[in-house]
Design a protein around this ligand. Structure first.
Ligand SMILES: Cc1cc2nc3c(=O)[nH]c(=O)nc-3n(C[C@H](O)[C@H](O)[C@H](O)COP(=O)(O)O)c2cc1C
Length: 227
């Protein structure tokens, strides 16, 4: 009987050992799923470090674009360039800044057919074109990264009251877009001459509108610029 019990116990031990050995292969295969090296990988997309990195890096360009404002600066003696400036400001959401000569031009002053008029005198005497403005600097100038500059064409160039503003300001880091109105002349070298006078800024080619500029004219130009 003792022998039988011993045999029975031995058999039980053999079966028990066999059972242990058959479970052990499943243990290593389960280990990688929960191993320390793989668990972080599986949870990385939702983990704090990677999501906070995304939060920190993504908004930066958006913030830069949002703080870059548009300014529409213009001089207008008889209202045509002012109309264009108003359309540009309305469409782009930009701020307006009118250049006003301290000594405003009267209709008589503007009569280019009269050789005794103020504009003819200033045209013939470049030293007299140094027109003082009511204000030649803009509040919060640094906030603007796009500056439109508008003027009428006088004798083929930008009406000179604009020169005073251009000389008084630093356009570094700004995109500058000239625009003008005229009876028939083109933009010509007016924008380029202003860029040379400024000496700073990224001056674009610019655009000439007719004296009777319409909102549609301005809108289609701005659309072409991607603005
Ligand atoms: C003194 C003076 C000179 C001008 N010279 C030109 C010119 O050379 N070429 C042109 O096409 N128009 C010329 N014009 C017409 C103006 O450029 C045009 O009427 C412009 O739209 C006026 O803009 P504003 O109303 O904003 O002052 C001249 C006008 C004035 C008063």
């Amino acid at each position: 009987m003792k022998k039988l019990t011993a045999i029975f116990l031995s058999l039980m031990m053999v079966f028990s050992l066999a059972a242990c050995t058959s479970e052990s292969p499943s243990t290593p295969s389960a280990t990688p799923d929960s191993s320390p090296s793989e668990s972080p990988q599986a949870s990385e997309p939702a983990s704090t470090p990677s999501s906070s990195a995304a939060v920190e890096s993504e908004p930066q360009p958006e913030t830069d674009a949002e703080t870059g404002k548009t300014l529409v600066v213009y001089f207008s003696a008889t209202g045509n360039t002012e109309a264009a400036a108003n359309y540009i400001a309305e469409i782009t959401g930009g701020d307006l800044f009118e250049l006003e000569p301290a000594d405003p031009y009267t209709n008589e002053d503007l009569n280019w057919r009269d050789e005794d008029s103020r504009v003819v005198y200033e045209h013939d005497n470049p030293d007299a074109r140094d027109v003082e403005l009511v204000a030649d600097t803009v509040e919060n100038w640094d906030e603007y990264d796009t500056v439109f500059i508008g003027y009428p064409i006088w004798w083929g160039i930008a009406a000179w009251p604009v020169d005073t503003f251009v000389e008084a300001n630093d356009f570094t880091g700004k995109t500058v877009i000239p625009f003008c109105t005229s009876s028939s002349s083109g933009l010509g070298a007016s924008g380029q001459l202003l860029a040379e006078l400024a000496g700073t800024g990224d001056w674009q080619e610019g655009h000439r509108f007719s004296s009777r500029v319409s909102e549609e004219d301005v809108r289609s130009w701005l659309t072409g610029l991607g603005l």
